[in-house]
Design a protein around this ligand. Structure first.
Ligand code: ADP
Ligand code: ZN
Length: 207
């Protein structure tokens, strides 16, 4: 849930959690865009995993994107917020633990802070700093993807390349969305291309 009544003169923290492909970035972009329609100044941050500092974009898997400022450390964020009333932060799981106090301090200072991130890593372990962000937020949403094996709601990120690193930088297609039942952190085989159910078929086109 995010606020349906508009709180006045206070800030707050909203967290959008979920697995890969669950629509976290899409939802973050949607909320930030609606704030822009309301003529509220916004700023979006994302982690510069390669430690460079640059102006860039946050992109969703569905092709939506919004301008973001890349920062190497969460401590860099407060000085860059300026007059923004709405502060978006994507890929929170790639930030350091200080993001928890940074986000809460911004909320305390009257900002609406919207954070999106993976709540679990590919081994199914809670991904810091998300647990503490979830615990300190006023509003949280858990997004679900669609399991590519069985079509049920999916809450897990299945790694389909056999690598030990917790974070894979620049590895596209290294994950699939899977449900609890179909997810297996020790088996890196991708799901079969042809699914045993009719997901994605447009019956109107087949007539
Ligand atoms: P996240 O930020 O959670 O990784 P995105 O917002 O970037 O997710 O992308 C969500 C989009 O991914 C969906 O709207 C859909 O177009 C696409 N998508 C691809 N595979 C799946 C899947 N298995 N389940 C749901 N959406 C998927
Ligand atoms: Zn499944």
């Amino acid at each position: 849930m995010h606020p349906h009544l508009l709180p006045q003169d206070v800030g707050w923290l909203e967290v959008i959690a979920g697995c890969m492909y669950s629509g976290k970035t899409e939802e973050l972009i949607r909320r930030v865009r609606r704030a822009q329609y309301a003529r509220q100044p916004v700023i979006v941050f994302s982690p510069a995993i390669d430690r460079r500092f640059s102006q860039d974009c946050v992109d969703s898997h569905s092709g939506h994107s919004i301008k973001s400022v890349k920062v190497a450390r969460s401590a860099d964020i407060p000085a860059l917020v300026g007059d923004a009333l709405v502060v978006g932060i994507d890929e929170a799981q790639f930030f350091d633990d200080e993001l928890v106090s940074v986000a809460n301090d911004l909320a305390k200072a009257g900002k609406r802070v919207v954070v999106a991130g993976l709540d679990l890593d590919y081994k199914g372990k809670p991904f810091n700093p998300m647990p503490s962000l979830l615990a300190t937020a006023e509003y949280i949403d858990k997004m679900l993807a669609i399991c590519v094996v069985c079509g049920n709601p999916a809450d897990r990120s299945q790694r389909i390349v056999n690598r030990d690193a917790r974070v894979l930088v620049g590895e596209k297609d290294a994950y699939e969305a899977r449900c609890r039942r179909c997810w297996d952190p020790d088996n890196f085989a991708p799901s079969q291309e042809h699914l045993p159910f009719a997901m994605g078929r447009n019956l109107a086109e087949e007539e």
